[in-house]
Design a protein around this ligand. Structure first.
Ligand code: FAD
Ligand code: NAP
Length: 312
């Protein structure tokens, strides 16, 4: 029986493992289906993780030492996908395909993935002009023109953020009405640096070996197509929370989730099931930053430790 099972080996999972093992838990395993590091390893440049700035540092560079540090304190890594976690009496059972693993506590850190919009060239130029993170990549377009796709709160809030950095922001949205909160829409409307392109969608993203150079825009109402010469487009069309491990045989979730499927936790990363914690991008109101995911993981690791000590 594991003292603690951690599902997911991104910044949240690794930091949970570090704090749980260094705090004294002996029997802690992190299940990460790929190489540890999480989604930030896809990033070609990270410059906002405090204290480790170096020009040209990639997400892979940032994450490379993390597993070594965790293993030093005794964290075990199993390169396996967890299919489901469920409750059995006082304990949890992890279904990992051919076998089942029991654990006293579980920290779920499976992250979320920004949804793709599905236009031509989106995958080809992802990370080379197509981005899903303005906080991460906005600075690369300082004083340049960029586009934002989407009409929700994220798209409009990020468009306002980008308007502080970029010379112009085109907001491309498929309808005339916005899903975003009215005060945010009002701020966008009043911003001179933002141009709204409505009833529109991106038909194609194009570029060269260096990256994106532009977008072909088409309109629903028959308006003539338009080309935007932009080196960056930010796609904010919602997120898919990776919560599949929490779905039980009858389709219900093991713990409380909101309408988007994000796990409801309190400030100590507790779900409504004792001994079960969620940390990082998959939890409600996550800031979706490496430093925040790591912080969540640290809190969850300490809470798992406390739970085990209380039961002893
Ligand atoms: P993740 O990093 O998503 O890790 C979750 C892990 O769980 C994954 O490794 C996955 O393989 C694993 N997993 C999922 N399901 C299972 C399962 N069933 N069984 C086993 N393993 C599973 N943030 C910044 O702070 N600065 C940046 O500059 C920045 N740039 C970014 C650029 C890009 C292109 C992207 C995509 C994100 C960027 N982010 C950035 C956001 C940052 O990467 C995330 O906020 C952070 O990685 C979230 O950490 P996490 O541990 O919650 O989840
Ligand atoms: P969202 O509310 O789901 O909005 C997604 C937007 O993308 C919608 O405008 C949608 O258009 C558009 N879209 C979806 N698929 C598309 C596609 N394939 N091509 C083009 N456009 C597409 O997502 P979100 O903005 O990330 O917000 C998620 C949740 O977090 C929401 O509940 C939101 O309120 C909340 N949130 C709150 C705040 C805040 O309170 N400050 C900030 C950020 C997010 P349609 O409108 O036509 O469907």
């Amino acid at each position: 029986m594991l003292d603690c099972a951690i599902i997911g080996g991104g910044p949240a999972g690794l930091t949970a493992g570090l704090y749980a093992t260094r705090g004294g838990l002996k029997n802690v395993t992190m299940f990460e289906m790929g190489m540890p590091g999480g989604q930030i390893t896809q990033s070609s440049e990270i410059e906002n993780y405090p204290g480790v700035f170096r020009e040209g540092m990639t997400g892979m560079d940032l994450m490379e030492p993390w597993p070594h540090q965790c293993q030093h304190f005794g964290l075990k890594h199993e390169m396996k996908e967890v299919k489901r976690v469920s409750k059995s009496g006082e304990h949890f059972v992890l279904d990992i395909g051919s076998e089942q693993v029991e654990a006293k506590t579980v920290i779920v850190c499976t992250g979320s993935t920004p949804r793709r919009a599905g236009f031509e060239g989106e995958d080809e130029f992802f990370g080379k002009g197509v981005s899903t993170c303005a906080t991460c990549d906005g600075f690369f377009y300082k004083n340049k023109e960029v586009a934002v796709l989407g009409g929700g709160d994220t798209a409009l809030e990020e468009a306002l953020y980008l308007a502080n950095i970029c010379s112009k922001v085109y907001v491309i949205h498929r309808r005339e009405e916005f899903r975003a909160a009215p005060p945010t829409v009002e701020r966008v409307m009043k911003n001179d640096k933002i141009e709204l392109i409505l009833n529109a969608s991106i038909d194609r993203a194009f570029g060269d070996a260096m990256g994106l150079t532009g977008l072909d825009i088409v309109f629903k109402d028959g308006t003539a197509p338009r080309t935007l010469d932009v080196p960056g487009v930010f796609v904010f069309v919602g997120n898919n929370v990776k919560n599949q491990v929490l779905i039980q045989e009858d389709g219900s979730f093991l713990c409380g989730t909101n309408e988007q499927g994000e796990v409801i936790v309190d400030l100590k990363m507790h779900t409504n099931v004792p001994g079960l914690y969620a940390a990082g991008d998959m939890r409600i109101e996550a800031a979706k930053q490496v430093v925040c995911a790591a912080s969540d993981g640290a809190i969850a690791g300490m809470q798992a430790l406390e739970h085990i000590l209380e039961q002893a």
